[in-house]
Design a protein around this ligand. Structure first.
Ligand code: SPD
Length: 395
């Protein structure tokens, strides 16, 4: 536990400072008649919601495999949080997946209606500043009290007025042991340097994500992943373009299963996706952790906070608030982490999280690791420069 407190101290500084594919849909399971709310009334209706009220089914727009549901929950032996919400509140949940903040933003910007979305830190700022988010009615989200203090006033959304923290994690490299030299730590060079990548040519994947993929290249080059210097961004884009010679794919939606299926040996990705996958393929007779690892590269990397927010395209604002409150419940928060292997910003959830997760430095990094991590911040107008650079980088 001592290590967790030291980690929390480092996180406190970082979170306070952190600034500002394709979709798949699970089955809609029938349910009660929805009362459609006109988008322009979303804020007024939200402000008038009662605790635990619902006003229709829930359209949830979340990252792939980020909430326990159906066979995924069953296999992981954790509570099905989607079915749990449906049962407790008598509504249906339609779950649609996205694989990058920018894809999600494009959908909301185009008017797609969702009740709850899961933007990362910097994207909360972007969406808030574009008037795409409803201000949360905290009166009907009493479980906000469960959020650990260090996540209660983040730089990306002062006072959590428009977002509730969901999970936090890191970006790094998942790999098959033996495929890279990891004796003295792992360098981003195994993805970005021609010679270091050569042994795994054709078996390497990068995230298909503007800020993440450029961010890792920027880190490898020794720059901030929030740089506003166009020359540095151009250099990172050139570097990514050069990897076309040896990478197999840009993939953010299934790299973890493709890694353990032998399609990739080395993948850029998010910690929980790898670790939950290693756990899910382990059996009584087989421990996947003996074959696969996760490393935060020596040059430094990204830490991030994903959040729950209500877009102004919401149709069921009261159900949305009730869902956020449900997810911030201590036990549900614990189940979420026990499923997806991402760290929880929910302090009260800690007692429900498996000890081996709390003690895993790939999930709750030690302070020395935290010191080389950087949070993404919203770049305002300069976001477009990154977007264009990433389009060029993909060739
Ligand atoms: N499988 C879903 C993982 C979601 C990870 N969060 C992405 C953060 C992007 N900055």
């Amino acid at each position: 536990m001592k290590r967790i407190f030291a980690l929390l101290a480092v996180m406190a500084l970082m979170v306070a400072a952190c600034g500002t594919d394709t979709t798949e849909t699970t089955e809609a399971t029938g349910g009660t008649e929805a009362t459609e709310a006109p988008p322009e009334g979303a804020q007024a209706i939200s402000d008038a919601c009662a605790l635990g009220a619902t006003d229709g089914d829930l359209n949830l727009y979340n990252w792939t495999d980020y909430i326990p549901t159906g066979s995924l929950a069953e296999d992981a032996e954790v509570k099905d949080l989607v079915a749990g919400f449906e049962d407790e509140f008598g509504v249906s949940v339609v779950l649609t997946f996205f694989n990058s903040n920018e894809d999600m933003l494009a959908q909301i910007d185009a008017g797609a209606s969702y009740d709850v979305v899961v933007p990362s830190d910097y994207m909360v700022t972007t969406m808030r500043d574009a008037d795409l988010l409803v201000e949360l009615n905290r009166d009907v989200i009493p479980n906000f009290a469960n959020i650990a203090e260090l996540f209660s006033d983040p730089g990306y959304d002062a006072g959590n007025l428009f977002s509730a923290p969901y999970q936090w994690g890191t970006t790094g490299i998942g790999y098959l042991y033996g495929s890279i030299d990891d004796e003295n730590g792992v360098s981003w060079g195994v993805l970005f340097d021609e010679d270091l990548a050569a042994p795994n040519a054709g078996f390497i994947s990068l995230l298909d994500d503007t800020r993440e993929t450029l961010g890792s290249a920027l880190k490898y080059l020794g720059y901030s992943l929030n740089t506003l210097n166009p020359d540095e961004v151009d250099e990172a884009a050139e570097l990514i373009l050069s990897t076309n010679e040896w990478i197999a794919a840009f993939n953010s939606s299934s790299y973890w299963t493709l890694l353990t299926a032998g399609e990739f040996n080395v993948s850029q990705g998010w910690n929980g996706d790898f670790l939950a996958e290693y756990d899910s393929i382990s059996t009584e007779d087989y421990d996947a952790y003996e074959d696969y690892g996760y490393a935060i590269p020596l040059e430094g990397s990204a830490a991030w906070v994903d959040t729950m927010a209500i877009p102004t395209t919401v149709a069921h604002p009261c159900t949305a608030h009730t869902f956020i409150n449900y997810m911030l419940d201590a036990e549900n928060g614990g189940e979420l982490t026990n499923f997806n292997y991402y760290a929880s910003p929910n302090g009260a959830a800690e007692e429900f999280i498996y000890e081996e997760i709390l003690e895993d430095p790939s999930i709750y990094p030690v302070p020395e690791t935290m010191a080389i991590l950087e949070f993404f911040v919203d770049l305002g107008e300069f976001n477009n420069y990154y977007a264009d650079a990433f389009t060029r980088a993909k060739g």
